[in-house]
Design a protein. Sequence first.
Length: 163
Amino acid sequence: MAYCPAKHIFFFTIVILIAPGMITPAFSSGKSGRENPVYVGSSTCRHCHEAEYGKFMTYAKKSRSFESVEKMKKGLTEDEIKRCFSCHTTGYGKPGGFVSAEKTPQLKNAGCEVCHGPGEFHVKTKKPGDIKRRMTLEDCEKCHTSERVRAFRFKPLIHGGAH
């Protein structure tokens, strides 16, 4: 087989183009190689959204929601306590979400990502399309069911004092 310089130039060009950081493979999300972002914690949001973060931490009861779990856990079984985590923490039971106060302390309260979704991609790209921006009452009703509103007298409040 004869030497063909065009083949080597083509091969060399391909190697250069797929070097890390040059192009993103078609099967990747382009952000981390994963299809779904993970949770980063509300303190990460603070860097770019300082005013919203300040209002959230000052006025939104859910920014301190884990305190309720701590107050109520006496007399509850471990399984009963874990049922509280889905509404009183960030991302419990989801990839990259709350595991425990010791392992994931940055997610132990119901933070920004409870409403806006996992922030990993948005933090990396700064693109508004990489985070949920428009909340609806249905978003609130995941935790603020009519049963819970009656039992705990906790009405849904879109934006929770943050925006």
